[in-house]
Design a protein around this ligand. Structure first.
Ligand code: ZN
Length: 48
């Protein structure tokens, strides 16, 4: 069971909530980012 929450602000792809877990991240400005875009953004921001 999954429910569409919104669209990724980066790639425009659908972001779902599945089994109570959001398949992405809500940013401080309220927009959604999917996991794949989040990984790229974090890689730029905080290379570890
Ligand atoms: Zn995305």
């Amino acid at each position: 069971m999954q429910e569409k929450v919104g669209n990724c602000a980066e790639c425009g792809g659908d972001v779902y909530c599945r089994g109570g877990f959001l398949q992405g991240v809500v940013q401080e400005d309220g927009t959604l980012i999917c996991f794949s875009c989040m990984d790229e953004a974090e890689g730029e921001r905080d290379p570890d």
